[in-house]
Design a protein around this ligand. Structure first.
Ligand code: 5RP
Length: 235
């Protein structure tokens, strides 16, 4: 099985959790793309009556519009800052469900949407499981442009390799949906995800970091066509 068919299988399992009338946060990335397609197909068949959706990025908003999903903002009156469920991919999933997010540059929108959701479902193919977060994927930080060098210097003094994320078909850096820059950091040292999230977010000029801990309520991983859905106790 390719990882694409596994991503699709995990996304389809998550799409089945969405019910009529729900307020749903839509993640960003290729796995979330399969989710959006699955939800769009259900709506086109007349399902999901009364469901409304909040996108985590401009890219997701465009895709959701193509699928004619009714979009809202978290501040809209019929969302009122609260979602029933958010469903999103991840760059890495650690053994305690600590995550690396932001490979698609949408970490700020994703973490805001997670904070509004009662249930946060992470969907992935098996390649995303790691023994420790930061093992393969860089950890992204969204940084205000004026603080690029001060934040980089601080991160380097803490022992990280720091790369300003470059745009691919435009000269210069990636500019996020919120007008900020992305620094991707790596270390070969073991990471305490809880402490690192706290410490990174405390650096002046860092708007958000791509480590997510104690947030996922469900993890759905598909590997070689077999879908495993794990839930936190009490979910
Ligand atoms: C976007 C993200 C994505 O969820 C993450 O990069 C995984 O993407 P994909 O599903 O394409 O592998 O965090 O900011």
């Amino acid at each position: 099985m390719s990882s694409e068919s596994d991503k699709r299988a995990a996304a389809q399992a998550a799409a089945a959790l969405v019910e009529d009338g729900m307020k749903v946060g839509l993640g960003t990335g290729s796995t979330a793309g399969y989710l959006i397609a699955g939800l769009g197909e259900r709506m086109a068949e007349g399902g999901l009556s009364g469901a409304r959706f909040v996108a985590t990025s401009f890219g997701t908003e465009l895709l959701a519009r193509e699928w004619r999903l009714p979009l809202r903002q978290l501040n809209d009156a019929d969302i009122d800052g609260a979602l029933d469920i958010a469903i999103d991919g991840a760059d890495e999933i650690g053994p305690g469900w600590e995550l690396v997010k932001g490979g698609g540059g949408a970490l700020l929108g994703e973490k805001i949407v997670f904070s509004a959701a009662e249930r946060v479902v992470i969907i992935a193919d098996g390649s995303k499981r790691v023994a420790r977060v930061g093992e393969r994927a860089p950890i992204p930080l969204e940084v205000v442009p004026a603080a690029r060098l001060t934040v980089s210097a601080k991160l380097e003094s803490l022992g990280f390799d720091v790369t300003l994320r470059a745009a691919e078909r435009k000269s210069g850096p990636v500019v996020t949906d919120h007008g900020n820059l992305l620094l991707d950091i790596r270390t070969t040292e073991p990471i305490d995800a809880v402490a690192l999230e706290r410490d990174l977010c405390a650096i002046p000029g860092v708007v958000e970091c791509g480590i997510v801990v104690d947030v996922a309520t469900d993890v759905i991983v598909a590997e070689d066509g077999a879908v495993t859905h794990s839930t936190q106790p009490g979910e």
